[in-house]
Ligand binder design. Structure first.
Ligand SMILES: *Cc1c(COP(=O)(O)O)cnc(C)c1O
Length: 406
């Protein structure tokens, strides 16, 4: 047995932007016995989660569930809809957008990467006018798909998906529209149908509060039709057979039964709280976190007030301070995990996750750990971020979380 007792007394603070902490309720649900995936009980579970997850994507169209990490669902989105050599318009919001583009290259597609230059380009969301201009110039409709990341987990910047849809429509372009909301789903408002998205990609270990291991494609009718003509090779990822068998609550292969128990529980929690309440809770905690960063006299990676992520906050270190050295100090002293800087922002910033199973005191503990660590690292702080965050939370009271027992 792997030695897992390396944590000292007290709990570990997993404040990376995914995997996020898994609530005990979900862990317990996942410990139910694994059942026959061809039996009648399984169909009830399958149908329940396939129905519930549609509400989270805000779609009435099929949602495909894969026993894979988010990366698998990225590949499924591309291979089901496109053919070798197809031109794809992608937008560089950050590291995850870059990884999706690299995947498109490996699959034999021809991605074109739009974006603002340098690290500054990683501080704002998708510029929909750039997409519109590029699509207008594509008179022959060579571009087969537009792919963007909704919540860029490497930076803490969100993009306006409805604005990208309007840009595609304004250009009168028939390209498919694909969105990665792997870290945005169940944290930030998302509307697959209303925003006319053809394929939405998501994963389990972020806002859905599950362990890593399942991922999703929400699929429009137009995308399903495109899959008939698409020539990229696919077998495991092929939607058609999965969607067909899902009608009865089954899968063509052995699904991840225990993660589906967990998903069923997560859906009860999220839909029970109400999606709008879930989104408001995330917004409030994110704003409190930004109040802390501002009080410290530090910058957030996101510089557009309309684009701040409700999922995570990217904290930029002053020049000459290595963000990873600060992170390491915080981890070693306070048993608190923060997200590292990825790609172009490595060493420049760290990321505080405030998603999923997170409440006022979870955030306050994480911010206290950051503040103590920043002091330990000798980073000059203007004022107490912890105090500023407490003030913000007090001034923006949430409804009482617990009902008093009479
Ligand atoms: C986490 C994440 C991914 C990668 O998902 P994996 O489950 O690690 O394969 C892709 N895109 C975004 C935006 C993410 O947050």
């Amino acid at each position: 047995m792997l030695k897992l007792d390396f944590h000292p007394a007290g709990r570990h603070f997993l404040q990376i932007p995914g995997p996020s902490p898994v609530p005990d309720r979900i862990l317990r649900a996942m410990s139910y016995p694994t059942i026959d995936h061809r039996g009648p009980e399984f169909a009830a579970l399958g149908l329940a989660v396939l129905d519930g997850i549609k509400k989270v994507f805000k779609t009435t169209q099929p949602v495909v569930i894969y026993p894979a990490s988010g990366t698998g669902a990225w590949e499924a989105a591309l291979t089901n809809t496109l053919s070798p050599g197809d031109a794809v318009l992608m937008y560089e919001t950050g590291h995850f957008a870059t990884l999706w583009k690299r995947m498109a290259e490996s699959l034999g597609l021809k991605p074109e990467f739009l974006g603002l230059p340098g690290v500054e380009g990683w501080r704002r969301g998708v510029q929909a006018d750039m997409i519109e201009a590029r699509l207008r110039a594509d008179a022959d409709h060579e571009i087969k798909a537009v792919c963007v990341v909704h919540n860029e987990t490497s930076t803490g910047v969100t993009s306006d998906i409805a604005a990208v849809r309007r840009a595609i429509d304004a250009a009168g372009h028939p390209a498919l529209f694909m969105v990665d909301t792997i870290s945005g789903l169940a944290c930030a408002d998302y509307r697959h149908d209303e925003w006319g998205v053809d394929v939405t990609v998501s994963g389990s270990q972020k806002g859905l509060m599950l362990p890593p291991g399942i991922s999703f494609n929400a699929v429009s009718r137009k995308a399903l039709e495109a899959s008939r003509a698409a020539k990229l090779p696919r077998a495991f990822w092929n939607w058609v057979e999965i969607v067909e068998m899902n009608r009865q609550g089954y899968w063509p292969y052995t699904p991840n039964t225990n993660l589906l128990y967990g998903l069923s529980e997560a859906l009860d929690m999220i839909l029970g709280e109400g999606l709008d309440n879930v989104f408001a809770r995330h917004q409030r905690l994110a704003a409190a976190c930004r109040a802390a960063v501002q009080a410290w006299g530090l910058e957030t990676q996101c510089v557009d007030p309309a684009a701040h992520s409700p999922v995570l906050t990217g904290v930029v270190m002053p020049a000459g301070v290595d963000a990873d050295a600060v992170r390491k100090l915080i981890y070693e002293h306070f048993d608190l995990s923060l997200g590292t800087g990825l790609g172009k922002v490595k060493g420049r910033m760290f990321r505080i996750g405030h998603l999923g199973d997170c409440n006022d005191l979870t955030l306050m503990a994480a911010l206290a750990g950051c503040e103590m660590g920043l002091r330990l690292a000798g980073v000059p702080l203007r004022a107490s971020g912890v105090g500023a965050a407490m003030d913000y939370l007090a001034q923006h009271e949430s409804a009482p979380r617990l009902k008093a027992v009479a």
